[in-house]
Design a binder for this molecule. Sequence first.
Ligand code: ZN
Ligand code: ZN
Length: 303
Amino acid sequence: MVKCSCGKRAIIYVKVKGKYMCEDCFLRYFERTALNTIRRHKLIDKRDKIAVGVSGGKDSLALLYFLNEHFDNEIFGIFINEGIKGYREITSKDLRKYCKRFGVECYEFSFKEEIGMTLDEMVKRGRLKPCSYCGVFRRYLLNKKARGLGATKLAMAHNLDDEAQTILMNLFTNDVKRFMRLGYMTGIKTHPKFVPRIKPFRLLYEKEVLVYGLLKGIRVTYIQCPYAEQAYRVRIAHVLWKLERKYPLLKYNVVKVFDPKLRELKERAKDEELRECKICGEVTNRDICKACEFKRELKIPIS
Ligand SMILES: [Zn+2]
Ligand SMILES: [Zn+2]
């Protein structure tokens, strides 16, 4: 039996600490890490009303649970139903069950109603990869709806694995603009229409988030998005997973080594102006936002 330093039976190996931990010590480590992240980067203010972007997956439910447990702020979930047949029906069922159990309100919005087309329909009609449409419209709706519901922060369950993947994806494609989406809090400039996004789990491994959720009684049906195979992210995730088996802490180091660079990039981008899309009025750094551009391409009538 592998033991924790306190003498109890260990349940997990925590890489960052280089230690096996028991249930109690792990929970303390997990919660302290997330709370320190929030405090150090000033992610949550007493007056904040927090919307949590939830998908029905383990990560976002764990975040919803965690924030609800530790903060007195008003907290609610926002669920975006992209319209993926045979996938969303299952995850949304889990989501509703847990929101009810946590006593948290959850608002649901669909691509079909809000954009005019399901993701499945977009994929049939458009020429881009599913994740391109999904990412743009999801970000668009999350911001718009969070703001509409009065949220001042939008919490996302991005973990260390997600963040390391995003850093490499942007690095490999030399996409500097997208670097702005990285970091503990995204966006450097405030625009009244932009709800800042926060990532309390940014320094926690995906596995740690999963174990935390399990210890808190969160058990969801695991089902992979049918479009995931086509995703660049999934390929990068696989490479990182393989590398990390050989080089422990690789993902942690990717995130940590990149942080000073990120601050520099954000500083430099400060002069870039955020404005309102000429068609829909949503916040963007271009004349016409990406969502409206995609709607045009997909021949969705723009209202
Ligand atoms: Zn212990
Ligand atoms: Zn627009």
